[in-house]
Structure formats: C-alpha cells, structure tokens
Write a protein that binds this ligand. Structure first.
Ligand SMILES: Cc1cc2nc3c(=O)[nH]c(=O)nc-3n(C[C@H](O)[C@H](O)[C@H](O)COP(=O)(O)OP(=O)(O)OC[C@H]3O[C@@H](n4cnc5c(N)ncnc54)[C@H](O)[C@@H]3O)c2cc1C
Length: 318
C-alpha cells in the first residue's frame, strides 16, 4: 500500500517556502542504521540555519516535527512518521577549529569532529570517533563512551525552539543526564561550541585507534544495529550493573524474532539480520524486557528512540 495515501494531507503545500528541499512520502530506511521503517510524510533538508529558522517560524503550529540525525540510536516504526522529519545536511555540518575550541553544526558527524580535533592537536574528543552519529544526536543523547560524555566538552549549544527562535544555552543549563538532556523534545540542536585541550597528535591518534579496535572486538559495528538498546540501570538494586550482563543472565543472547536478533557479540545490541521489520525489532526488545523482569526483577528502559506509527495505525487511516 502507498504510504502517501495513508497520510493523505498534501502537507508540503502548507509549508513555508524554503531554500532547502522537501520530499513527500520519503523513505527513511536508508537514513537509519537498522535499515527498517516507514516513510516521512515530508522530509525536509534545510539549506542552512537561516533556512531552518524560516521553516520553524513559518510552519503550521499543529504540524509535528521530528529530528533525525544518522539514525544510529533509533527505530522508525513501519507506518512512518506523520508531519515533517528534519535531517540536517551539509548546510549544518560545519566543523571549525578555533584555538582550543571547535564550533560545530548540528549535522556534523561525530567522527569528523574527532578527526578535526586530532589534526589540530586537541584532546578530549577521542570518544566521539567511535560514536556513529551527528553532533545534534550526540547533544540530545548526551552521547558518551570510555568514561567521557558530551557534557564534558560542551561550552554552549545553539538551539532552535518550536517557533524558530535561536537560543544559545550554556552547558550548565542544558540539564545533561545519563544519555539525556532537559532541553524540551522538539527543540533542535543546530550546533555547539566544544572545548578541548592541547594534546599530542600521535597520542590522540593512538587513543582513537585503541577505541576503534576495542569496538570492533566487542560490538557488532558492521551489522544493521542501533547502539545500546537499553539504559544501564541507574536506580534500585541493579544500579551500576550493565544492561548487557542482565540480558545475558536472562538467557537472551542470540534470541530471535522474525528478522530481529539479540547480538551474540554484545547482548545490548539489537540486529536486523536482513529482513526484519521495525515491529520485529521492537517486539524482540519488549520480549527481552519481559524475560529480564521475570528472571531478575529489573525493569529495563529503552535507550533506542522509537518514533513514528506502527503499520496498522496508518493502514487504518487510509
Ligand atoms: C554501532 C553503534 C555504536 C554506538 N556506540 C555508542 C556509544 O559508544 N555511546 C553512545 O552514547 N551512543 C552510541 N551509539 C548510539 C548513537 O550513535 C548515539 O546515541 C548518537 O549520538 C545518535 O546520534 P544520531 O545523529 O544518529 O541520532 P539519531 O539516532 O538519529 O537520533 C537520536 C535522538 O536524537 C534526536 N536528534 C537527532 N538530531 C537532533 C538534532 N539536531 N536536534 C535535536 N534532536 C536531535 C532524535 O530526534 C532522537 O531522539 C552507538 C550506535 C551504534 C549503531
């Protein structure tokens, strides 16, 4: 069935004129690491930050807006995403080193920022070399690895609110928590100023190589996956334990449902083995949560963001 018929709102005719691009009924599969999920009613790629502000300011108030980065921590449900999905492209992917700071756009790749820092002899960004997303996604998720996280390197973020007002928010006011910030859902991370420290290029490069080798060894980096599926528990008796250990203890390593599988290499990673639907992935995640709860009493919380509608919802609207 045609998903555009399911949405059936001729939405792009109601959107402001922009210099960026609108694509109706746009497949999003290629924009996620899982390679699953339905289309965006409209996919908007802004030309630059001014264009994005024009869009946010001029869009109908009741049009939902959803941000995606590289889709490396995201399941897009099979029925697709109503409203406008925004993907920051080259127009917001700037990476400019200024002494010991780096000014970055929200669409810049984390790996590109880490590489620019290495080339400039700035340390503190090495952990970003292994996080396969954008700076916007890293800010939203307070991405972290190897005992470092975004909150330690952000000086300020440039954020657009729902009306398109550009605000500069200092790091201490971003409400960074474990894989989260307190910035309201729907606000857009358009960029940030990041702080590094002078370091020795060879040592930085070596640390990045160690990170790459460790990840290759311990994570399914070459699979269709979505990063950590569940948060490591922060509260209760399980606080401090790793989600993968608890999942392993509940006998879920290698568990499958349809085309979805719990990674044998790292039990906190879901994998699309080839023909999984987003429903398969989400159902397998829920099956793991149930088994873990029954085996250990731990209620795992999703870390992977799940957006959009299940297929049945959009089918029934058509
Ligand atoms: C193999 C693999 C390894 C990973 N390892 C790590 C790791 O070590 N540490 C870690 O923290 N994560 C890890 N992840 C998860 C993921 O890479 C991070 O969470 C990353 O920061 C997500 O960035 P993204 O651009 O892909 O965002 P997406 O997955 O596209 O989106 C994630 C969330 O951010 C929001 N978002 C995206 N861009 C913006 C924006 N510009 N403004 C506002 N909101 C936005 C989305 O709406 C969504 O809610 C891994 C993932 C994979 C596949």
């Amino acid at each position: 069935m045609n998903q555009a018929v399911a949405f059936n709102n001729n939405l792009s005719a109601k959107l402001p004129q922009v210099r960026g691009t609108y694509e109706e009924d746009a497949s999003l599969k290629k924009y996620t690491w899982f390679r699953t999920g339905g289309p965006a009613e409209v996919l908007y790629t802004p030309a630059d930050i001014d264009d994005l502000m024009v869009f946010m300011n001029g869009k109908p108030r009741d049009t939902p807006v959803t941000m995606i980065g590289l889709g490396s921590n995201m399941i897009i449900r099979d029925g697709g995403v109503p409203g406008v999905v925004i993907r920051l492209g080259k127009g917001l992917a700037n990476v400019n080193v200024r002494d010991d700071k780096i000014l970055v756009g929200g669409g810049a790749l984390d790996s590109a920022v880490a590489a620019a820092a290495r080339d400039a002899g700035l340390t503190g960004f090495e952990f970003l070399s292994g996080v396969p997303g954008t700076i916007g996604g890293a800010l939203r998720m307070n991405a972290g690895a190897f005992d470092q996280a975004m909150q330690e390197i952000v000086v300020y973020a440039r954020v657009l609110d729902l009306q398109g007002n550009l605000q500069t928010i200092a790091a201490e006011d971003l409400g960074f928590g474990y894989r989260s910030t307190s910035v309201p859902e729907g606000w857009i991370f358009a960029g940030a100023m990041l702080q590094g420290m002078p370091g020795e290029r060879g040592a930085i490069a070596q640390k990045m190589e160690e990170i790459r080798a460790f990840r290759e060894e311990s994570q399914p980096m070459r699979e269709k996956t979505g990063g950590s599926t569940f948060h490591n528990p922060e509260h209760g008796e399980a606080a401090g334990r790793k989600a993968w250990e608890i999942i392993d203890g509940a006998g879920c390593r290698g568990l499958t449902l349809g085309g979805a599988k719990i990674s044998e290499k790292h039990c906190n990673f879901l994998i699309n083995t080839g023909d999984a639907s987003s429903q398969d992935l989400e159902d397998l995640g829920e099956m793991v949560r149930k088994r873990v709860l029954s085996a250990s009493g731990v209620s795992l919380e999703w870390e992977v963001r799940r957006i959009g509608l299940p297929l049945s919802t959009t089918e029934s609207k058509a």
